[in-house]
Design a protein around this ligand. Sequence first.
Ligand code: ATP
Length: 243
Amino acid sequence: MVGSGLVVRDLSVGYGPVRALRRVSLEVPEAAVVTVLGANGSGKSTLLRAISRTLSFQGGAVTEGEVLLGDRRIDRLPPDRVVAAGVCQVPEGRRVFARMTVADNLRAGALGGARAGRAESLARVRELFPVLAQRAHQRAGLLSGGEQQMLAVARALMAAPRFLLLDEPSLGLAPLMAERIADTVREINDQGTAVLLVEQNAALALRLATHAYVLEVGEVTLQGPAAELAATDEVRRRYLGVV
Ligand code: ATP
């Protein structure tokens, strides 16, 4: 067992009668980047929701297994306590508060974190995303898609998480903007935050990650060092589009 990583062990999840995850196990070591690849509907978002404890908002429930942060179980905590424990999710679809200003979105993100670190978190976010500092008083809904994704990530960072859960950050973005988001993820990780990255853009995800898992219909079918997985026929064919 790892000392301080995020560990998912034998996790099964259902939405009523629909079984979305079956005995999924994975590990995100402290300060690592781990990616989960999988087709539409394979259970990637469900996995993140189960960790962040937001599953019940979608009508889902964990039916077996556990989630640990170090040696502490976090799978019974309410979502705000998971954030306080150091795990924060950026949901798919860059859900920012469109009518609120950029600055107010960031303030809302800070509510989950320790008060003491707020000024520090804000400074970090301003440095990572200068464009958000420039647009602080603009309504979030007026930002471009890529900028909204940046704001969603920035908002999560305001809680100063040790583990950032990222759901499809490149979805719907132009390639250049997707690359910028990838650079930012790398920078965030360089600063010591571990990242669990869910992505359909497997090429991008495998470049960022040290370790990768493949989910198929709710089950982990492959896992290993990202570079090794990227070299397998299975991943090349199914996820990297190499024929
Ligand atoms: P995508 O990339 O399309 O978001 P995903 O890999 O994230 O896919 P999930 O959204 O986790 O997959 O879905 C896993 C399975 O659970 C799918 O069969 C999906 O239809 C089902 N599912 C997801 N959310 C719900 C829900 N709120 N109610 C019922 N079934 C759901």
